[in-house]
Design a protein. Sequence first.
Length: 70
Amino acid sequence: MLIHLPTLAVRGGRAGHPGPAVANERPGFHSATTSILSELDDSASQRHRSVGGILLRLAAYVKANPLINL
């Protein structure tokens, strides 16, 4: 089963200053997707992590960040 996850652009900071444009801005969806994909890579080598657990964490992240709509 494939799940389509739209990605939102992550805003950069001022020129020469990496990071979010606003100090208290929530991280973008792209960084969450990257971290979940890295967990999927890790889970391939660690049998105790399941894709279901990762999807539950994704659901919790989306619920905690109402600006993200799937």
